[in-house]
Design a protein. Structure first.
Length: 400
């Protein structure tokens, strides 16, 4: 039996993780690793292709926020036959993991448990390590691709592999109940337990003595991908809201392409009067902007539970959002308003009301902030994961 006083060696092995090609990819996975590192020794391994890779493999290793991190890049495969290209790519992907694992074993030590993130394809490596190296694993899922609203049909081989990965996982921890249900519907049976994404509540917190302004500041932060985030819909609603009142500003912040959105705002006659666009911000800048805002707005066509919504609650500001994914599991009347997906009339009514409600001080900023702290803080999520780790290790069969 492994007692809880024993400091565990946990390996985060992920299909998504911040890297030199995509610095923001899976940053919520990195945050989970950081919160786990509060009570455990944590290493992270990530493998991906890079067309500019010199030689077959390049390996980067560094310690980031206390996490021993190994990133393996392999030369991107190009072949005129897609089947051959896929085979060669997967071969390099698997070999890249074994190269990284050599460093993990040498510099980090024996792994007690693997915490895999985003089941496919990295979960195949975890299945192998459980079967042949006797290392148990749990899986955390973040992907929206299983949601019915995305209407993505999984291939036969991927379905079988996902079912195998899920079946052999000691626990599956999706970030919302909605995602759990979608995964089960897609054939991924297993032992499920919901564990939320984390927010740094020491960085995202409410402004106790907030200065009242003449104009209410609405805020949206995302990749600005129109297919998912429906920026066009929010701009059309902003135009309609501007015809009703002039006591608000709507700020859009994101690391995606703003060009088409700005053109649309100009055509609607609201650019830099009611609709404002800004580029990429650091986490610290986002936290300051949150505290300076009055309401966070999300009008997505599909989501799980975006971290940015939790950050808004931690900052003490209400949320107006489309009722998609796991958002409705947390946003109640005390915390904001939900509208139907793509319901622009409903969004107009909600924003018009929330401006009046904010002015009337309807929302309790301390209540919002406390809810986020009680459910999404590093300390809370750390305890949830460690409870699962010890349970898994203490029920592990000798021949597993």
């Amino acid at each position: 039996m492994i007692v809880e006083e024993k400091k565990l060696n946990i390996l985060f092995l992920s299909s998504w993780y911040p890297n030199r090609l995509f610095p923001a990819l899976g940053n919520y996975v990195q945050k989970h690793a950081e919160c786990v590192a509060m009570k455990a020794n944590v290493a992270a391994l990530f493998v991906c292709s890079d067309i500019d890779c010199e030689g077959k493999y390049e390996i980067e290793e560094e310690t980031i926020n206390g996490i021993y991190t190994v990133k393996v890049y392999y030369k991107k495969v190009r072949h005129r036959f897609p089947v051959v290209s896929h085979f060669l790519r997967m071969n390099r992907y698997f070999k890249g993991h074994f190269e990284g694992l050599k460093l993990i074993n040498k510099n980090f030590g024996k792994v007690d448990l693997i915490h895999e993130n985003v089941l496919y394809p990295a979960g195949i490596i975890c299945w192998y390590l459980k079967k042949f190296k006797n290392i148990p694993y749990i899986c955390t899922e973040h992907s929206t691709k299983y949601l019915s609203s995305k209407n993505i049909e999984l291939g036969f081989a991927e379905k079988k592999l996902l079912a195998m990965i899920a079946k052999n996982a000691s626990c599956i921890t999706p970030v919302s109940a909605n995602l759990r249900d979608a995964m089960i519907e897609k054939g991924m049976k297993g032992d499920y337990e919901i564990v939320y994404n984390v927010v740094d509540t020491k960085l995202f917190f409410r402004e106790k003595d907030k200065i009242k302004r003449g104009k209410i500041k609405l805020l949206h932060i995302s990749t600005l991908d129109d297919a998912q985030k429906n920026i066009s819909g929010m701009l059309r609603v902003t135009k309609q809201l501007a015809e009703l009142r002039n006591d608000f500003e709507f700020h859009f912040i994101g690391d995606g392409d703003k060009t088409q959105h700005i053109k649309k705002a100009i055509r609607l006659g609201i650019y830099n009067t009611f609709a404002f666009f800004e580029g990429t911000k650091t986490t610290m800048e986002v936290a300051a902007i949150m505290r300076d805002s009055d309401c966070f707005v999300m009008f997505s066509n599909y989501e799980n539970l975006p971290v940015v919504i939790v950050e808004a609650l931690a900052s003490g500001i209400p949320v107006v959002s489309s009722n998609v994914g796991g958002i409705g599991e947390h946003i109640t009347e005390r915390f904001g308003t939900l509208v139907k997906q793509m319901d622009e009339e409903g969004l107009l009514i909600a924003l018009n009301n929330v401006i009046d409600d904010v002015k009337a001080e309807k929302y309790d900023a301390e209540l919002l902030s406390n809810y986020a702290n009680d459910n999404f803080s590093y300390e809370n999520v750390c305890e949830r994961f460690h409870s699962i780790y010890y349970r898994v290790l203490n029920t592990k069969k000798p021949n597993e």
